[in-house]
Design a protein around this ligand. Sequence first.
Ligand code: PA5
Length: 412
Amino acid sequence: MRLKVNLKNLNIGRGKIDKDYDKAIEIMRELRQASEPMTEWVRQPASLTGDFILEIESTAEEIRSLCEVLIVIGVGGSYLGTAAVAEALEAQRGCPQLVYAGHNLSGNYLDKIVKLVQRKETCLCVVSKSGNTMETRIAFDVLKEAMYSKYGDEATKRIIAVTDSESGSLREEAKDIGYRTFAIPADVGGRYSAFTAGTLFPLAVAGANIREFIQGAKDIAEDIEFWEKEGVFYALARESMYAEGKSVEVFEFYDPSLALIGEWCEQLFGESEGKDGKGLFPTTMIFSRDLHSMGQFLQEGNQIFFETMLSVRNWDNDIILPTSKIEYLSGKSLNEINQIAMEGVVAAHSAVGIPIVIIEIEDNKEYNIGQLLYFFMMVVAVTGKLIGIDPFNQPGVEAYKSEIGKRLGKKS
Ligand code: PA5
């Protein structure tokens, strides 16, 4: 099934949404040409070659045979796609387990990962397009040392580096030492890199079917009718919400395994749109958990937000409830109750005028998660352009980096 966009509970006039339709369609046409810098991701799912996919799969197979744990070292767009998809797929089908490092500066955290290297059969996959990111560099330097002291020279074959094809300290080091490498294309930014080796390789190691994941993205990318009749309206709705004064988009998920898709959305939407004093602030809630903390605010608080809910139609696992003291629950399926909870939330929130978009996918498997990620990437690119910002740069991240660097004695 193709992903569906439901705007029935939007509570704003269709005229407002339709106003920039032609402009949005034109933006999408231009994006599909991928002629603008940093837009190679648009046609990437379709342009990945069979040889490239085979190379990822065969290297992944080899790494799978070597380790119980694959430590994925990276930050931001260089690890969130992997973490989000692996968690959503529940791809940890046995061995190896994916563990993440390089996404924080906590000595406490990294020390635990070093101990893991000592205890478990380990391989490393370091992902950094620039090859110079501080968090990634620190974690890699530390974990590499732990690997060489455990495995000696054999560590080299347990390390895979995914980085720019030519530049950066990681590329240089890989050439010097002989790590196996994959390249991140120059014209794909971190948060748009879900269909590069930086995500595909660790997912393949975790046992995900990357062909299905790529196929889902490819099919939705090429479905022009979907974009023109359905997909584009989510981008237009977001633009209208923003124009109407909404400043927050709450991404809502009804299963904890989708929490990292929420984090991935936060980065994609936040880093793409938040510039020039503009943009919707993206945040994530997991229901029903957060209804017991934020439900009050959503229902009656400051109405600065709209909601984007993800509905997943089918799950492999379910529980039928035993006889319960709450009689009306007895014998019901828990997934059915979860679905009814969503309908209840939509009814209660719609009643007080909260705009709600529902994105529906068939299941949490590779094909549909691939569609979902590609869909969000295209949507943010279109809305970003509609609101007049460049969705592919991130100039604002330099300020804090430079302040940290100064304090650590970095020469400018
Ligand atoms: O989306 C982005 O561009 C960023 O989040 C980067 O992915 C992140 O800063 C890591 O950069 P790099 O891959 O160069 O280490």
